[in-house]
Design a binder for this molecule. Sequence first.
Ligand SMILES: O=C(CO)[C@@H](O)[C@H](O)COP(=O)(O)O
Length: 226
Amino acid sequence: MLDRVKVSPSVLAADFTQLHAELDRLSDADYIHFDVMDGHFVPNHSFGPHILMAVKRSTDALLDVHLMVTNPDEVIDWYVDAGADIVSVHLEAADDLPAIINRLHERGALAGVVINPPTPVQELEGVIDLVDIVLIMSVNPGFGGQSFIEGTYDKVRELRRMCERHGVDPLIEVDGGVTLSNARALGEAGATVLVAGSAVFKAEDPSMIVRELRELGTIGMQAREG
Ligand SMILES: O=C(CO)[C@@H](O)[C@H](O)COP(=O)(O)O
């Protein structure tokens, strides 16, 4: 059981001409969230393992890689080799998720599963005992700066109940449209990791936003735990 919510700033919203300086401003982040987009699974391209290596050189935070790709089994090793600490793959994209999770564990990485907004939480039933982290998308993946989908709270609560039934306690991460205005409610619903791109990188003082997101999320988490 965590004693506080963790914050994972999404580097997609950073100024790439100043990547090192941008990451340097985030000494308080627990993780750095790294969105990989292949132009097939989502209608956008982002970056690959070489940029992840550059991120690794610029931060002490753990690297939280989110693969929005159609062929996760073929690329997970690239990202572990580049320094990923967590690799999350989409339930909607993986043909053999248990094999991918096994491979990540063999390589010493934490394994995550991601579901898109239309995918019901019940579809996680078969893998919930195997994963270290579940990422619930709170926007349709592909772009930063979108509005948070309100139905996410119910999905997080439902996932929390599923975890209790199974006697497991994976990290529960929420990604997309996360801001200071929903961080507390997300912690209260059961989220333990908040991904935030625009809210952090577009702020004047990104480190302060990271601390505030963590504090609000943790207040919510404590309210849920009573
Ligand atoms: O995976 C994604 C988008 O596909 C997210 O990680 C976004 O990058 C989050 O950005 P904001 O909604 O916080 O701006």
